[in-house]
Design a binder for this molecule. Structure first.
Ligand code: ZN
Length: 168
């Protein structure tokens, strides 16, 4: 089965790799994933730089092959409690275009694909807010208002800035 994400194609072998990494996460409770790269000649998404371990989600974004463009990533959320995209995931989606997430909790795979009509200023504003909150999260200095804001932004950005494609 081939899946179309707006104008890009996710081929069967990539979908199967997504599924098998999700199965791995169920077993070892770790994050797994890969970068999504796009070649010059076709509109087919390619899985590059497969990654196993806890750093996959955020630090995975690597290099694509020469001539290819980085368009996002796929990674799993092993937590049995939460399946929501993190602020970092939305950040990657907004910057590169695609954030695909496989969740153990829901046993599903969803790709968030950035809408093309987000005004530049709006995108800049959202990215600034996200990076401010991410910084505070890293410093462990989030206030309860910040946590509330994260929920609000996550909900709004997910609904307004992305097309949602169910893969599994
Ligand atoms: Zn994530």
């Amino acid at each position: 089965m081939v899946k179309k994400l707006n104008s890009l194609f996710l081929m069967n072998n990539t979908i199967n790799l997504m599924k098998s990494l999700l199965e791995d996460s169920k077993k070892d409770s770790r994050e797994h994933g890969f970068d999504l790269c796009l070649g010059q000649r076709d509109r087919i998404l390619k899985a590059e730089n497969p990654c196993k371990g806890d750093a996959c989600g955020v630090d995975m974004l690597g290099e694509c092959k020469k001539g290819e463009t980085l368009v996002g990533n796929y990674h799993t959320h092993p937590s049995p409690f939460s399946s929501r995209p993190s602020m970092q995931d939305l950040d990657i989606g907004l910057k590169y275009g695609i954030s695909c997430i496989g969740t153990v909790k829901e046993n599903d795979i969803t790709c968030y694909v950035k809408k093309n009509n987000i005004p530049y200023e709006k995108k800049k504003e959202v990215l600034e807010k996200i990076s401010k909150l991410n910084r505070k999260q890293e410093e462990h200095s989030l206030t309860s208002e910040d946590v509330e804001e994260i929920y609000k932004i996550e909900y709004k950005v997910r609904k307004k800035c992305f097309h949602k494609f169910k893969i599994k």
